[in-house]
Design a protein around this ligand. Structure first.
Ligand code: ZN
Length: 306
């Protein structure tokens, strides 16, 4: 049984006209998941993350800033491309809270896999900064929750968003209980994620070049990232599922198709089955061509339902 966590506020987080991280993205994903073949999904309304859960990975000043900053109307610009509207703090709390609830559910045996169809995304948010469309680092909040509340000793985060998850890396680069494995295009925003950035041996960065497609992506995961993930023997697999390496995506230059997302998802499901009793929780990160995003997320969810 696959659980799907989402919340209406995630559709109300407004980033202004013409912004690529738009409500239309999530609407397209949810519309695709309304199809009959997803009728068996167990749909759950995401709760809010608590301050305690957020403070495991973010400084108090950052949490207060996000919770207090939401404007009563209009938009507030936090950096070049990260904005908040009146509903943004609520959406950010639900996006992080979805991941926490999903971790509780897979560890509690209520389901094996969960997918959080949420926004704002999270993997660029650092301990004390919102950036790159991200307010709270949803996947990091989930990993820290698995360590602190459930006492897990080894949590893996696999990130196949086309951008490097600099925030996730910054949060865990000195935490050997978390292995962070990322494929991303380089050079590209946020210009981190070199292969020699290794943390305490727990960071594995794999770089791809603009124009690379299916073959290079699969070789990188098969040759480097998946072997490191298997060697780590994770007790829980978390996934930063960004779909912006798709060939139709306007923000990057990789050439993946939805079949590549089915492929990597099957590999990560297998990783979880071998080491983690099947436990896998995935969260939506990027993906900025709504049609390609919806098809890719549907391929991802279909594999998670297997
Ligand atoms: Zn991205």
């Amino acid at each position: 049984m696959l659980r799907l966590y989402t919340h209406p506020s995630c559709l109300q987080h407004d980033t202004g006209p013409g912004h690529p991280e738009s409500p239309a993205r999530l609407a397209a994903v949810l519309h695709a998941l309304d199809h009959d073949r997803f009728a068996a999904l167990d749909r759950i309304e995401a709760p809010r993350a608590t301050r305690e859960q957020l403070l495991r990975v973010h400084r108090a000043g950052h949490v207060e800033r996000i919770l207090d900053a939401a404007p009563s109307d209009g938009l507030l610009q936090l950096d070049e491309d990260t904005l908040m509207s009146p509903c943004s703090a609520e959406a950010a709390l639900r996006a992080a809270g979805a991941m926490v609830a999903a971790v509780d559910a897979v560890i509690g045996g209520e389901c094996r896999h969960a997918f959080c169809a949420v926004r704002p995304p999270g993997h660029h948010a650092t301990p004390d900064h919102a950036m790159g469309f991200c307010l709270f680092n949803n996947v990091a909040v989930a990993a820290a929750h698995a360590l602190a509340a459930h006492g897990l000793k080894r949590v893996a985060i696999a990130d196949f968003d086309v951008h490097h998850g600099n925030g996730t890396q910054a949060i865990f680069e000195r935490e050997p209980r978390v292995l962070f494995a990322s494929s991303h295009e380089s050079p590209l925003y946020p210009n981190t994620g070199r292969e020699d950035e290794r943390g305490v041996g727990n960071i594995v960065n794999g770089c791809l070049s603009a124009g690379d497609g299916s073959w290079a992506f699969r070789e990188l995961w098969d040759g480097l990232l998946l072997p490191r993930l298997h060697a780590f023997k994770p007790q829980l697999v978390l996934v930063s599922a960004g779909f912006d390496a798709h060939r139709d995506d306007p923000l990057a230059g990789l050439q993946l198709g939805s079949e590549d997302y089915a492929w990597i998802t099957a590999k990560l499901v297998e990783l979880a089955r071998v080491h983690a009793g099947g436990r896998l929780v995935s969260t939506l990160e990027g993906g900025y061509a709504p049609t390609a995003l919806a098809a890719s997320a549907a391929a991802h969810v279909e594999e998670l339902m297997e």
